[in-house]
Design a protein around this ligand. Sequence first.
Ligand code: NAD
Ligand code: UDP
Length: 338
Amino acid sequence: MNILLTGGMGYIGSHIALSLLHDKHKVTILDNLSNSNIEVLNSLKFISSEEPNFIKGDVINTELVAKLLKDYKVDAVIHLAGLKAVGESVSRPVMYYKNNILGAVSLLEAMKSCNVLNLVFSSSATVYGIPNFLPISEEHPCKPNNPYGRSKFYIEEILSDLVITDKNWNIISLRYFNPVGSHESGLIGDHPNGIPNNLMPFINQVASGQQTHLKVFGNDYDTPDGTGVRDYIHVEDLSNAHLAALNNIDSNNNYQNYPLNFFNIGTGKGYSVLDVVHAFELANRLDIPYKIYPRRDGDIASSFADPKKANNFLGWKAKQSIDEMCLSSWNFQKNKSQ
Ligand code: NAD
Ligand code: UDP
């Protein structure tokens, strides 16, 4: 298939690009490089025998998107372009709503005008908000508690409206849990600007000596060791979920009683902060010093997926272990630090 991959230069998008190229899809990346670097393109070319097309541009530019859809005879779009930092979304909500929601609306308008009606959307477990029950299934109510999560939720509502109104649309929304890890080459990975907010990139920086210790945010949660529990998923497993979604894109509308098809993308297993620290230490034979700090605002005790719907309907299952996540994560960081 000819795929337009928005946000394809970013952490997750670059891994999806490789999976698509590996499966002989033709890939066109649209990215404004607001949170990524052009060097990623060289890595993609180096790792893969196929080359993606790359266009630097903004998804909010409807005319540009429509031109790309026509020029590259696009069959389906994977839409990742968006801003993703929860804390920043609280301080700059308008920027988040504009970029994420207007970006999605612009894309949909361009797709409709070109009659390209196949879409896989990057959503997030953040749409669920504070869990009422665990593991979180797709039946769980959505009550996102920050502007980032709300931007994802509102986009899903727009997508639902669209599939109700026009049955020709084929849309799958993937609700990612906590993507970590890197491609086996160690050439692409999670490369946040400045001090990382997320756990694994922060551990990487402690391991490489850029930070003296990990700040563990709270050890008084109602979890086995008191630290926060999350469902970490290897980014390569996550990439493969997009291939599975593409393969099932036109068997639309019948997965459950919702207008929109959405799927949890997680392993179903929860690991605490200290579990991850110890797994990282063991896998990489390194010490990760840590200190306990107060809870981080807005954090929840536990979040992990019930991934059965994706397992059953998409024929997809996460395969890689927490050790593999820690190994590949550090492999990328080591290469970057050299
Ligand atoms: P990322 O920031 O590394 O990648 C996003 C890419 O989109 C960047 O390259 C950025 O330059 C580009 N971009 C942003 N706005 C754009 C716009 N208006 N037009 C064109 N390009 C634009 O983030 P990521 O971690 O790879 O996340 C990708 C997607 O997955 C995002 O939509 C994010 O919300 C979603 N997601 C990420 C996580 C996570 O933990 N990383 C979890 C759940 C969902
Ligand atoms: N965390 C931590 N120290 C850090 C970053 C994160 O203790 O420097 C904890 C955080 O409180 C949460 C878990 O690690 O319990 C995962 O946090 P992350 O930001 O990676 O993901 P999210 O909060 O979005 O699930």
